[in-house]
Design a protein around this ligand. Structure first.
Ligand SMILES: NC(=O)c1ccc[n+]([C@@H]2O[C@H](COP(=O)([O-])OP(=O)(O)OC[C@H]3O[C@@H](n4cnc5c(N)ncnc54)[C@H](OP(=O)(O)O)[C@@H]3O)[C@@H](O)[C@H]2O)c1
Length: 236
């Protein structure tokens, strides 16, 4: 679906690590911890460049925490830019079913929830102050899906100009479908995972090859055994 030129929205960059056979996790969707410390630093750099970080509730459930900016140089970089030390961590969930006991809620980061009317109800009933989201954005369609164009417009109005998208594949598929992705960083890691049910960077229904989204390669970097691919989405 071509994007409306009038939409004001954040610049978006997807950042994912995958196996050499294109899997971002194993079939059990266990936490993906197969990339190197260099890749984790690369991820942290991308987070440090962002005003907001968006990820699916499945990714949060798998990991229990989010990537915050902990590196002193990166924290200093943000201070010099005159932006808060930590970008806003935005969880997206239709259901709002997120365990308030997750360590995420004890991380020293600002937290927002992007959800539906039904998902928001769970959190509006939460009494405990220390596990709350600072902001709950309810932006749904009449069918109970997230209205991504509207959501992204609201994020811009709330000061988010650069958004890092950290997966998983379901979220990336929805955003690709809505034509809301500008760039991708894919780290190819030296392992093979296999398995038809193991997720890839883009899940969802997929595209026919005629409709497949085309990429422009902006750069390739190799560090030890990993390859860092930087792409821009081609716009028609
Ligand atoms: N290798 C990597 O770089 C990388 C990065 C991220 C994740 N992963 C791996 O991926 C796995 C988790 O991924 P996942 O398949 O569970 O995907 P996910 O996209 O993180 O989470 C799926 C959940 O997020 C919410 N969501 C996603 N798209 C949505 C949309 N369009 N509208 C509303 N809500 C939406 C829904 O939450 P509700 O169910 O609450 O409605 C959905 O069930 C884990 O194994 C994780 O380690 C790997």
């Amino acid at each position: 679906m071509p994007e409306s030129p009038a939409i004001i929205r954040p610049q978006t960059t997807v950042v994912l690590a995958m196996s050499a056979d294109g899997k971002i996790a194993d079939e059990t969707r266990s936490p993906a911890r197969f990339s190197s410390s260099a890749d984790l630093m690369h991820l942290q750099k991308q987070v440090a460049l962002a005003d907001g970080v968006l990820f699916g509730a499945g990714t949060l459930r798998a990991h229990g925490t989010t990537m915050s900016v902990s590196n002193p140089q990166l924290r200093q970089f943000r201070e010099l830019q005159g932006v808060p030390t930590q970008p806003i961590q935005i969880v997206c969930s239709r259901s709002g079913e997120i365990d308030p006991q997750l360590r995420f809620f004890r991380q020293r980061v600002p937290r927002w929830l992007l959800t539906t009317t039904a998902g928001a109800k769970r959190w509006q009933q939460q009494e405990s102050v220390d596990c709350r989201f600072e902001r709950i954005l309810v932006v749904d369609t009449s069918t109970g899906e997230i209205d991504w164009h509207n959501a992204f417009q609201q994020l811009t109005q709330l000061g988010i100009e650069r958004l890092a998208i950290l997966g998983g594949g379901d979220l990336v598929a929805s955003l690709l479908q809505a034509d809301l992705i500008d760039e991708l960083w894919l780290t190819v890691c030296p392992l093979l995972i296999g398995g038809a049910a193991a997720p890839t960077p883009v899940e969802g229904e997929g595209f026919s090859w005629q409709q497949a989204r085309r990429l422009e390669l902006l750069g390739v970097e190799t560090k030890e055994q990993e390859v860092f691919l930087h792409y821009r989405l081609q716009r028609s």
